[in-house]
Design a protein around this ligand. Structure first.
Ligand SMILES: Nc1ncnc2c1ncn2[C@@H]1O[C@H](COP(=O)(O)OP(=O)(O)OP(=O)(O)O)[C@@H](O)[C@H]1O
Length: 327
């Protein structure tokens, strides 16, 4: 099946310092993919680069295809159609994404006017339907309110409505619940999952929290120091992670019924992009490091259907999964 989005060998450098070092990731229509990894691993930059949202001084190369069409290097007018249209976006800090001096109706109607062929009363009716869809009570009246008249959770719901205004095929949710407290987080994630299923949208959920991703995504991609190091269906990654970094993240998870923690339990820190070690970037923190790890940086290699790993141990894992004895 042709993927909805296909990113290949995406590289980004700021002032000559590489922060994405060849990212490969693809999404099928309707699929939810989680992108996890420690702060600074390049999760946000991947999608900002894909959508042409990085500052001009960023050096970007590789390939980003939406339905087969190359986006990298496309004119701004094409990105304007894609962003807020075929691709909706939600960010961590929703309050800063809304204009404080405009009513919600005005902002929703602007988004609708840009991306939908609706006229007159149909625009307002659609704005109201969207507010209803995201669970804002008394939507008709609340359309006339300003952002500060809503709670943090409601503002995030409004941001979801804005992201849905263009009838997107893909929703990119970058840490959409980090700024919210735990109960509200759960409600927003549930809302995202419900609308995604109802509308048949694909979703990228960027998160520090593996638990959140496991519950809400079909597939998980684990990022480390500007590369995807393992990607697999969520249940397989959780049951049997192969990359030592993924093993560390999953080992650090609290029990299912315990409180959520952020990912801090792997000793050491993500290397500074300006001083990347030769060979595998995770080697200095890896409990299973071998001499071979310092020689070449492993690339993402398939180990099973829909599973791939960037580690010198990948071939041994592939054989183990296939039940082939080691040579
Ligand atoms: N505009 C920029 N100019 C220079 N460096 C940047 C810029 N934006 C991001 N970076 C750097 O790129 C790297 C990846 O950042 P990115 O925001 O993608 O990480 P992340 O995995 O999303 O982290 P977090 O979970 O903290 O959001 C970091 O080293 C960051 O400092």
């Amino acid at each position: 099946m042709k993927p909805l989005v296909s990113i290949e060998d995406l590289r980004v450098a700021f002032n000559g310092v590489p922060v994405l070092r060849g990212v490969d990731i693809a999404l099928q229509k309707g699929e939810a993919v989680g992108l996890v990894g420690e702060s600074g691993s390049g999760k946000s930059v991947t999608w900002l680069a894909a959508l042409g949202l990085l500052p001009r001084h960023a050096h970007v190369s590789g390939s980003v295809r939406l339905d087969g069409r190359q986006l990298l290097g496309a004119p701004d007018s094409e990105f304007d159609q894609v962003r807020g249209g075929r691709v909706g976006m939600i960010f961590q800090d929703p309050a800063s994404a809304l204009n404080p001096v405009l009513t919600i109706r005005k902002q929703l109607c602007e988004a609708l006017a840009l991306h939908r062929d609706l006229q007159g009363n149909a625009v307002k009716a659609e704005a109201r339907r969207l507010l209803d869809l995201v669970g804002i009570p008394d939507a008709g009246r609340r359309l006339e309110a300003y952002p500060h008249e809503f709670s943090g959770g409601q503002v995030q719901r409004i941001m979801i409505a804005m992201a849905l205004a263009g009838n997107p095929d893909l929703l990119i949710a970058d840490e959409p619940t980090t700024a919210l407290d735990a109960t509200i987080q759960a409600q927003i994630l549930e809302l995202l999952s419900t609308v995604r299923r109802e509308l048949g949208m694909a979703m990228v959920l960027i998160s520090h929290d593996l638990g959140v991703v496991a519950e809400n995504c079909d597939r998980v991609a684990v990022m480390y120091a500007g590369r995807i190091v393992e990607q697999a269906p969520s249940n397989q990654l959780f049951a049997d992670p192969v990359h030592p970094y993924a093993q560390g993240l999953i080992g650090a998870l609290p029990p299912l019924d315990g409180p959520r923690r952020r990912l801090t339990a792997i000793p050491g820190t993500v290397p500074d992009p300006a001083h990347m070690p030769g060979g595998c970037a995770f080697a200095p923190r890896c409990a299973l490091v071998t001499d071979a790890c310092g020689l070449v940086a492993p690339t993402l290699a398939p180990i099973a259907d829909d599973r791939s790993v960037a580690c010198v141990r990948a071939e041994a894992s592939r054989r183990a999964l296939l039940g082939i004895a080691a040579e």
